[in-house]
Each structure stands twice: as structure tokens, then as C-alpha cells.
Design a binder for this molecule. Structure first.
Ligand SMILES: [Zn+2]
Length: 216
């Protein structure tokens, strides 16, 4: 399988989990990749001929069992490499995605499992996404966003979107997984939130708050 095909399969997998849906629209893929609908459709056709995705006209696409297996293998490799890069090589969390993106394709299943054991069998990547297991169900990612909290509610930050600018912003403001964040004030008109994190008040946009997930 080519890298591009593997990336498509992985993205279909990730979008379905992120949005908690069974079927993905091709337009979701084109907007994520920045490709035209036509080129996405061609790729989907190719993948369905290979038995990796099922296309249901006017409804969307989903992975076949084989496609799902491939997606889990890739995602697992990607997230284990991220842990290695941050924990063992001191990479910042905003810098690991591209490295892991290259490494995931080149890693044999044997090496992935060796790495997994070496790292003490981690359960989550550096961004708080669960590392899927080859067999058996995968834990769902935290889906409660900071934006959905009411004023004066707080949660523990356990997952952030793997988005470079967001991660850089969080790093600059010393916001990390495990921190408790409280919504001090919601300023709906300005589209801003005043939050308290580690006893420090700051203002963030709704856009940022919608990329942070946790548990109460
Ligand atoms: Zn990650």
C-alpha cells in the first residue's frame, strides 16, 4: 500500500472516532486534506476496489474490516512514536506529528511492539489520544470540550487536538495535560472565555476552548 492510501485510511478512521459517527462524508476528507472533491473521489474508488473502504452513495464511506485493521496499525504506530519522541528524545508536543507521520509508514509491526514494551506500554499519545490495540476494543477519546462547560465548572484536561498552532499556544502558556481548568466567565458576544488554569487567569477564544477535552 502507498503512503497516500494509508493516510486516507487513517484519516477516515480518525474522523469517525473524533465525530463519533459510522460514516464519513467525502467532503470532510477533501476539506481536511485540502484536495479537490474529484481527487478524493478517485482515491475512494481505488480504496474500495482494494476492499479497504465501503462507499454508500449519498451517505458516505466507512472502512471495511481490512481497512480498519490497517488504520489501527498505522494509528498505533503513529501514537507510539509520538510517545517515544517526546519522552525519550525531548521533542516538544507540537513537533512530533510530522516526524511520527513519516516513521509510522516505515515501521514493521515487530518494531512497533518492541517500542511499545520499551516505553512501558503507554495507553495514550502525547496529545491524550488513546493508543488503539491491535485486538479488542479501543478506548474512546475524551469528547467533553472546555467550550461545552458552564460558567464556574471545571475539568481535568486529558486530550488536546493535534494542531500545531494550538499546541504551540498551550506550550507558551504552560498548559499541559492533567491541568485543572475552570471556566471563570463565558463572554459569548466576544466569543471569548476567561479561564483559570493553575491559579492563573487568562482569556482564550472559543475556537481554542473547542479543541481542549477533559473529564469533570
Ligand atoms: Zn498524538
Amino acid at each position: 500500500m502507498y503512503y497516500a492510501e494509508e493516510d486516507y485510511i487513517k484519516l477516515i478512521y480518525e474522523l469517525a472516532i473524533e465525530n463519533d459517527v459510522e460514516l464519513i462524508k467525502t467532503s470532510d476528507l477533501s476539506s481536511k486534506f485540502g484536495y479537490t472533491d474529484q481527487s478524493v473521489n478517485e482515491m475512494i474508488k481505488k480504496l474500495s476496489q482494494k476492499g479497504l473502504v465501503t462507499f454508500i452513495p449519498y451517505k458516505g464511506i466507512k472502512l471495511t474490516e481490512t481497512g480498519l485493521e490497517q488504520a489501527i496499525r498505522m494509528t498505533r504506530s503513529h501514537r507510539i512514536w509520538e510517545v517515544f519522541l517526546t519522552e525519550k528524545l525531548g521533542f516538544l508536543w507540537q513537533d512530533v506529528h510530522e516526524e511520527a507521520e513519516r516513521l509510522e509508514h516505515a515501521t514493521s509491526p515487530r518494531l512497533v511492539e518492541k517500542l511499545f514494551d520499551y516505553l512501558g506500554r503507554p495507553t495514550h499519545c502525547s496529545h491524550g489520544n488513546p493508543i488503539p490495540s491491535i485486538k479488542g476494543p479501543t478506548q474512546n477519546p475524551a469528547r467533553l470540550s472546555l467550550l461545552s462547560l458552564n460558567q464556574n465548572e471545571s475539568f481535568k484536561l486529558i486530550r488536546v487536538l493535534d494542531h500545531k498552532e494550538l499546541l504551540t499556544f498551550l506550550n507558551k502558556n504552560q498548559i499541559n495535560l492533567g491541568d485543572t481548568i475552570k471556566v471563570v466567565e463565558k463572554m459569548a458576544f466576544e466569543d471569548l472565555l476567561k479561564i483559570d488554569v493553575n491559579d492563573k487567569e487568562m482569556i482564550i477564544s472559543s475556537k481554542v476552548a473547542d479543541m481542549l477535552f477533559g473529564e469533570m
